[in-house]
Design a protein around this ligand. Structure first.
Ligand SMILES: [Zn+2]
Length: 316
């Protein structure tokens, strides 16, 4: 656990180093020229672009073979189980995706495995879970993974009892909750429908919101697995048949977290390569739903008076 945190921290430090030095560049000259206009030393050169890429300590790591940027304008759909237009993966390329987190123990375990393998995935957190464990979701982002959304409460959006407004709320509040949990950082406009149930009017709606939809090419069925071995066996069997694909897993589930180290080894041994998917631009959440999440997340007010003003020893 501790080791994982350190690893994630290192990766984070590497990833933000360019941004941080960019800030220094823009702020330093003005301050310095005011203090010592003649003698100000030339600012240090910006680090090379490669400095942002963290080094991988594991020579046998699965790694990241390719990074693709997704223009989500109009709401493209990915995953051949439902969307057959965008066949962008090459032979033996995979995209790792993890649903239903963040969750205690299992999500940190998945993060550790991905860090050990210097590889990455897309996380589709449930909004409510994000509000329970914002610190874990922040670790997901800090480790360099892509974070999307998977509704507010994991409602099946084809449920006829839901009104259109309620369906939209599930989608929008999910994104707003993830943004809140990430400390105001907007997630990727990447969305996965619960249970892969795609009501046509919500598919159209996501298109108007420029949010990409993710089905999958192969479902690990990890939520049905009796043990970790079953997760590995089902996934590898399907993958070897298809030869590539977006893999659906759940960082929420214990068996998935347990299976992941061996599954990563099997992917590597099978010649599979991980593709990282990032958005061209973050999602634009709607203020109305950001406010709703804030209202929900508001904790009861606890007095902040110092202990000495609350507790007085009156006899010993
Ligand atoms: Zn789910």
């Amino acid at each position: 656990m501790k080791k994982m945190r350190i690893a994630a921290g290192l990766i984070f430090a590497g990833a933000v180093s360019l941004c941080a030095s960019g800030l220094a560049w823009s702020q330093t000259p003005a301050a310095k020229s005011a203090a010592a206009p003649q003698a100000a030393p030339a600012p240090a050169p910006a680090p090379a672009a490669t400095a942002a890429k963290p080094t991988c300590a594991n020579p046998n790591a699965l790694g990241i073979a390719r990074v693709v940027e997704i223009d989500t304008t109009g709401g493209p759909g990915f995953g051949f189980e439902h969307f057959k237009q965008l066949d962008f993966l090459r032979d033996h390329e995979v995209v790792l995706t993890f649903d239903d987190g963040p969750w205690l123990l299992n999500t940190p375990s998945v993060l550790k495995t991905l860090a050990d393998e210097c590889t990455t995935g897309i996380f589709f957190p449930i909004g409510k879970h994000a509000t329970y464990y914002p610190e874990i979701l922040k670790e997901v982002l800090a480790a360099g993974h892509t974070v999307g959304s998977h509704t507010w409460s994991h409602a099946t959006l084809t449920n006829k009892k839901l009104t259109e407004d309620q369906r939209k709320e599930e989608i929008e509040k999910g994104f707003s909750a993830v943004k809140w949990a990430l400390g105001g950082v907007s997630p990727a406009p990447f969305f996965r429908f619960p249970a892969l149930q795609h009501p046509p009017e919500m598919v159209t709606y996501l298109g108007t919101r420029n949010i990409a939809m993710f089905s999958c090419d192969l479902d690990s069925f990890d939520f049905k697995a009796r043990n970790a071995q079953q997760v590995i066996d089902v996934t590898m069997k399907k993958l070897d048949k298809l030869g590539k694909g977006i893999i659906l897993m759940h960082d929420f589930h214990k068996h998935t977290a347990e299976a992941l180290p061996e599954l990563m080894h099997r992917l590597k041994a099978g010649g599979y390569k991980v593709v990282k998917m990032i958005p061209k631009a973050p999602v634009q959440t709607l203020p109305q739903y950001d406010d709703e999440v804030l209202k929900d997340a508001k904790l009861p007010t606890v007095s902040s008076r110092p202990v000495s003003s609350v507790v007085q020893t009156i006899s010993e």
